[in-house]
Ligand binder design. Structure first.
Ligand code: F6P
Length: 337
């Protein structure tokens, strides 16, 4: 049996650990492994490399993806597309490359494409990855823990400088639709205000909370915001900049913004992400060995399992309004807007 692995969509720490997990485990079943380059583009242009023990060694701790990635969505027609029927071309190329099963490592968009490829008759297994932790059907994605660690360290470092200058520090974290990173890092870093896309906020109330803190003699405040929160009439303005502007205007407290941006996605995966990636990768290989295709591997209550790809596509796992962490954070005085 020959399997092809690809990574697609935004990268995150732990992809290489996953490729290693799938590849090494697949080899123990006697499978041949190739790596398709640059996501689904590689399938359109027959761009791939042979993966053997050598390529899979020493990549457990490596950030990024040795296979490259792209945001190519073959089922979405774009103006100027040179290839008339990308899905059919992919199907033919998979046959040409001799791929018996395709392993798609990616977030929501990738899992949707994986489901569609499975729908046109390819054998596919999906593995969920994203720092946003918003893939439906799994309790957690690898990449998230590393991102929370980096974001928390950034918040930790804001406390002392905020204190020296008696400022409000706004930090904007990644997460367009889902506020998981902001929720976890916000709580771990002791944010005074946490704003996530799932919860509506009232900027006047945020300002009241900050002024009340100042009246009580608290020298500074930390406001942690997800990039995807609404920015009122200033649509298009970065969330952190918008919130900082509103705070400074109303409270007259000097306010600064920090955006760690892509640092959350870069570099070596945390030990936990290496473990999740290895578990997911090796589990994917065992699904393939059992010819159990059309599935995405998932973690449920810390047990490896799988969910049908067609159930995953097009859904998002968002922070529930009554999430236990929100309730607990409120009990220590954190304000959610
Ligand atoms: O999917 C993860 C994510 O990091 C989002 O949080 C972020 O908004 C997005 O990717 C941006 O990625 P890119 O600029 O690579 O499209």
């Amino acid at each position: 049996m020959k399997i092809g692995i690809l990574s697609s969509g935004g990268d995150c720490p732990g992809i290489n650990a996953t490729i290693r997990g799938v590849g090494k485990a697949a080899m123990t079943y006697g499978m041949e492994v190739i790596g398709v380059l640059d996501g689904f583009s590689g399938l359109m242009f027959n761009d791939y490399i042979q993966l053997d023990e050598r390529q899979l060694s020493g990549i457990l701790t490596l950030g990024g993806t040795i296979l490259g990635t792209s945001r190519e969505k073959p089922f979405k027609k774009k103006e100027g597309d040179l290839i008339a029927d990308k899905p059919q071309m992919i199907k033919q190329n998979c046959a040409k490359m001799g791929i018996d099963c395709l392993v798609c490592v990616g977030g929501n968009g990738t899992q949707k494409t994986a489901a569609q490829l499975s729908g046109i008759g390819l054998n596919v297994v999906g593995i969920p990855k994203t720092i946003d932790n918003d893939v439906w059907g799994t309790d957690v994605t690898f990449g998230f823990d590393t991102a929370v660690n980096i974001a928390t360290e950034a918040i930790d470092r804001l406390h002392s400088t905020a204190n020296s200058h008696k400022r409000v520090m706004v930090i904007e974290l990644m997460g367009h639709h889902a506020g998981w990173i902001t929720l976890y890092a916000g709580i771990a870093g002791g944010g005074d205000v946490i704003l996530i896309p799932e919860l509506d906020y009232n900027i006047n109330k945020v300002n009241e909370v900050l002024m009340e803190r100042s009246r009580k003699g608290k020298p500074y405040s930390i406001v942690v915001v997800a990039e995807g929160i609404k920015t009122g009439k200033k649509e298009g303005m970065p969330a952190g900049a918008y919130i900082a502007e509103q705070i400074e205007k109303e409270t007259k407290i000097e306010t600064r913004v920090t955006v760690p941006g892509y640092t959350l996605r870069g570099g070596s995966p945390s030990p936990l992400d290496r473990i999740i990636a290895t578990r997911m990768g090796t589990y994917a290989a065992s699904l393939i060995n059992q010819q159990d295709f059309g599935k995405m591997v998932a973690l449920h209550h810390n047990e490896m399992t799988s969910v049908p790809l067609k159930e995953v596509g097009g859904k998002l796992r968002l922070v529930p309004h009554d999430h236990f962490l929100i309730k607990q954070a409120k009990r220590v005085g954190t304000f959610f807007g």
